[in-house]
Design a protein around this ligand. Sequence first.
Ligand code: FES
Length: 367
Amino acid sequence: MPDPFCSASTWERMDAQWPSHEQRTLTCTCVRAETHDVRTFVFSIRDGQLLSFEPGQFITVSVEIDGKEVSRCYTISSPPTRPYTLSITVKRTPGGVMSNWLHENMRAGVELKAFGPSGVFTPSSGPAAKSLYLSAGSGVTPLMSMTRAALDLGLNRDIVFIHSARTPVDIIFRNELASMCALSDKLRVVYVCEAPGSEPGWSGPVGRLGMDLLMEHVPDYRDREVFICGPGGYMDASRKMLVEGGHDPARYHQESFNFAQTVECTEEPVAYPGAEPAGQAGYTVQLARSGRSFSMDGSQTVLVAARKAGVPMPSSCSQGMCGTCKTKVLEGTVDMKHNGGIRPREIDKGMRLMCCSRPTSNLVLDL
Ligand code: FES
């Protein structure tokens, strides 16, 4: 029998579809303080519509700040098993335009716009009976969504969750994770703190995640599917440690973009590594839903050409990683060089990422 937790179809509610290219209005229903600088913002959709997504996916939220539209990706921290609301959990970072705006302005009743759920960092990317979740800082959010979903379904899955934080007071979801461990004898949570900080009596591990700690708490780590999310340096070091320890790299899954480096929608996309300039032929791009159209040559990505023509198109990373710009090509062909932001089954259905696709004919897009 297929494992429901690791099947994308489990989460695909036909009555709650929210395509990643569709922008909707979310209304904040409440704000929760998780730590001294991390808050969870809970949203609902107008008229009580249900929300469908896979645990581990993210949304791209947009707000106008000082007259300029700013967009950021945030992983959904709530599970799809609670489909009436959706939460993001955001750390306030010094100089962080969006995080500071959210912390200062978001309260019950305030609205923002968001593009639908996207991303391939989900259980269906690595079906397995035994998992190892590794997170650092606010990288805990996608793994929290997965853990909550597993427990809500009563699956009692074999999960070891190692979360790294600066100090004990920086541990996000600490009380909830403790409660979840009490409910499930197969969920184990280990916190690793860089320093004991101001909490008296901290008895957990101090330092950084290393092989000694991994062997002590997860001696069977080679048998587990690894999902990891956190700062780039943390993920790089963990990956190296696992590979050197004999873990199969094919069973390693990491969130493919760094939230801290997510670009704003108004920026130009970066050059895609290895992309060769295509021909200079003139092509027409028609948007079937809006009725708009623009001309471009084959040397640009469709996203860049759309921006130059003043045509709005959803995007976030602009590097073929996040999936926000995923669009169905109804007619025509493109040369796409992506970076993991789209699944083979989506390509089979005619979807393409506009930030890393160059036309090789006239196009009609489902936008
Ligand atoms: Fe991220 Fe295109 S904008 S994949």
